[in-house]
Ligand binder design. Sequence first.
Ligand code: 5RP
Length: 227
Amino acid sequence: MLDICRLKASQKALSHVRNGIVLGLGTGSTVAVFIKLLAKMVKDKGLDIKCVATSYQSEHLAVDIGLNVLPLESFSCIDLAVDGADEVDGRMALIKGGGAALTREKVVASMAKEYIVIVDYSKLSSRIGEKKPVPIEVLPYAWRYVMKRIEKINGKPSLRGGGKYKDGPILTDNGNFIIDAYFGVINGPEELEYRINSIAGVVECGLFVGLAKRIYVGYPDRVDEIT
Ligand code: 5RP
């Protein structure tokens, strides 16, 4: 059921792709659907699209299916970026980082002239924080200190483990740890983002505020647009 929602949202984002653009590819299962649609469109129409990826996951997928992926450091500006999210609300605030790619995702979102988010309806909340913790990428040697500081601002932090695929903490594509911090409903996402990012040892947090200009929310029978 959610697959069709992801497909519908991805199709909407695809309609924004123009020949000759530099396109940022987000990370996650929703973006994977978009990347596959994109590769087909590029092939069918013979388009010239330069892609930059926000993770090894997206880079590997895009390269495997024939897209032209270039290093992010080759660009100072991107025409369009398309990404997923873990939780979104009507203020267009996002929680991202479920796939631990939040730092590169935020850089790409910030570089993009147009940043479009694609989600299925299960990601929609009246206020972000209702459902998900805020992922925080931290330098490995600072994690205990950052956990303590997060508790002082009323967060409930835990170090993300690798589950059955890795003993101990997961490592991001940048070689760092992820702390997931529950804050409950987040009324002031901008202020919280600032407070978290001001802690020494924090690389970036998964609160994205003021970046998304358009969110496509896929349902089984329609796509809603938040602008
Ligand atoms: C990765 C992300 C993803 O965009 C987010 O986790 C959504 O993924 P999915 O589309 O698989 O639900 O922020 O860091």
